[in-house]
Design a protein around this ligand. Structure first.
Ligand SMILES: C[S@@+](CC[C@H](N)C(=O)[O-])C[C@H]1O[C@@H](n2cnc3c(N)ncnc32)[C@H](O)[C@@H]1O
Length: 248
């Protein structure tokens, strides 16, 4: 069981697999006023940077589940590196339908809402794991500018313009589901550059090390086309943020 290989190649050097910088995760941890012992579940935990740094900085405890074997291994190594391996645990697995055995204070899905079949399904899934006063964290894209055509939306790797909402509508959609938005931290273009542009050097180095790999042609094509596609579409049109929700 694993995610498509292209992600394990292009994001192999990433600690954070979304447009957040370490500073943005630090801001998010600070604004959530996390207390020592806060229990967190993270579906699609990637290389574990959020849980590991919050375990170091706020003494939270947590469990992360991720379908990438590589990212899960990196998360476990990072926990050891930061001296928090006794506080956070990472499971390599499919988080689809995952519900915690014991209720947690914070349930998160930061950039992987397809796990619940979309935002609504992910909120329903996370709700099964949190205590009545608990909080949810949803990391999700939104349109900074509405794409003028479907072609532009596809250039952002969206299936269609209707895949994402503008920020006011996204916030209103949480409210319509019965949740108060109690905090949000938004990515910026610098964060997008760190997420996307960091893949390019990784691809370049991977190609040098693996010229005869079956995948080299795909990685080569990706490295050639990605900088322009990213600058033309994603960087201009797509926003991303983490939204903290509590039931009304
Ligand atoms: C955009 S990344 C976000 C990772 C992490 N939350 C972070 O902020 O760095 C999406 C993550 O979801 C994971 N993923 C994809 N499908 C999954 C599934 N069905 N179950 C668990 N993890 C999944 C990927 O391996 C990847 O790490």
């Amino acid at each position: 069981m694993d995610i498509p290989r292209i992600f394990n190649i292009t994001e192999s050097a990433h600690r954070i697999h979304n447009p957040f910088t370490p500073e943005k995760f630090a801001t998010l941890g600070a604004v959530l006023r996390l207390k020592s012992g806060t229990r967190i579940l993270d579906l699609g935990s990637g290389s574990g940077e959020m849980l590991c740094t919050w375990a170091r900085d706020y003494e939270i405890t947590g469990v992360g589940i991720d379908m990438s074997q590589l990212f899960s291994e990196q998360a476990t190594l990072r926990a050891k590196e930061l001296g928090v391996a006794d506080r956070v645990k990472f499971i390599h697995g499919d988080a689809t339908g995952y519900v915690a055995d014991e209720k947690v204070d914070v349930a998160a899905c930061v950039g992987a809402t397809w796990i619940g079949g979309g935002v609504v399904g992910t909120i329903e899934l996370l709700a099964k794991s949190i205590s009545p006063e608990g909080m949810m964290l949803i990391g999700e894209p939104y349109w900074r500018q509405l794409p003028p055509t479907e072609e532009v939306a596809k250039g952002c790797f969206a299936g269609s313009v209707s895949d994402f909402l503008m920020l006011p509508e996204l916030l209103a959609s949480f409210s319509e589901l019965g949740y108060d938005v109690v905090e949000m931290v938004l990515a910026d273009q610098e964060g997008w550059d760190r997420y996307e542009a960091a893949k390019w050097l990784t691809m370049k180095q991977w190609l040098k090390a693996n010229p005869d790999d079956d995948f080299a042609k795909e990685v080569r094509a990706n490295l050639t086309s990605e900088p322009k596609r990213y600058a033309q579409y994603t960087r201009e049109y797509l926003g991303w943020g983490v939204f903290a929700l509590m039931a009304r």
